[in-house]
Ligand binder design. Sequence first.
Ligand code: PMP
Length: 402
Amino acid sequence: MTTAQDLIATADAHCAPTYHPLPVVIATGEGAWLTDVAGRRYLDLLAGYSALNFGHRNPRLVEAARRQLDRVTLTSRAFHHDRFAAFCAELAQLCGMEMVLPANTGAEAVESAVKTARKWGYRVKGVPGEMAKIVVAGGNFHGRTTTVISFSTDPQARADFGPYTPGFEIVPYGDLTAMRSALTENTVAVLLEPIQGESGVIVPPAGYLAGVRRLTRERNVLFIADEVQSGLGRTGRTFACEHEGVVPDVYVLGKALGGGIVPVSAVVSSAEVLGVFRPGEHGSTFGGNPLACAVALEVIAMLRTGEYQERAARLGERLHGLLGELLGTGRVTAVRGRGLWAGVDVAPAAGTGREISERLLARGVLVKDTHGPTVRIGPPLVIGDEELEWGVEQLREVLSGD
Ligand code: PMP
């Protein structure tokens, strides 16, 4: 029998070394649980970085995918297919917007939003293409493509991948004064995560997003909210922007939109903004394919019930209550986040984020460190109360060296 070690060695030999995964090889998954090749079970507190908000192999989503597999899976956009209209209309409606630009991955949707903003700047605002500027925040994470890493402030993500795409200005996250000064005449958009995920679940100061909304409206600049990780229920609302009563001009969505089954992403906005494209100016072979649409339609229907958002809000309170108790132990220096999403900064005495992740793995709990001392917690929203409590108890014990 092939052991986990053999599988890891083969993967290491044949896969470009862009990741440093924990030494576990998953074979199956269900709900909030994963099982490895040796039959050992793990509670998943990572949920594919928010791609698995509805859990592993959610029965409604598997059924929607299965039904579609029996009909048609891909047409390309050369033809219409019978799930496409509903996907676009219903996703736009969920966002309170009008139009959708379908894509596959988060980074691709961010790239598409950048192109949208530049075309809108040119056609509607009258900013010459070469002059267009997009303002972004320090600590951002929007994906791994060359344009997107051009405005990353993470040296690892960026170094030696130049030349970089021009046209971006980076301002400190949470700083409205810096944002105001950055919004010059040639600015076409501000692109922000309403809560920064990869940076360690950084919630901006109260009033920041509303301030950005006000400034962008005053200066006729598009506010693009990248809700790829924060959106679709994670924070206890459909969109993280809602916590500040903010409606951006453009949403970028991905991850959970495909229910952890298919890659589905989208740019969602008004007809004025997305209507700037003409046939032939943008596209994707797989964007908006029938399988993707069938799964995403089920995701949208599930979100419409409000059940998952309500659950994330209620369990999130429990999670943050329990994590708050860890602050008093001296083993944790900060806890941030909203809903079922938390960044926990581990004190140096308790170990590095990686060490904590490895010790949790040994106890049957899966998390992944981000950036040195931070452990991120973001379980599937379908996790049970007791499962969540058990998972956090394992973290508490690991931190205290029990
Ligand atoms: N935007 C945000 C906010 C993200 O967190 C991520 C992924 N972590 C992306 C974009 C990129 O998504 P993908 O990996 O699907 O390209």
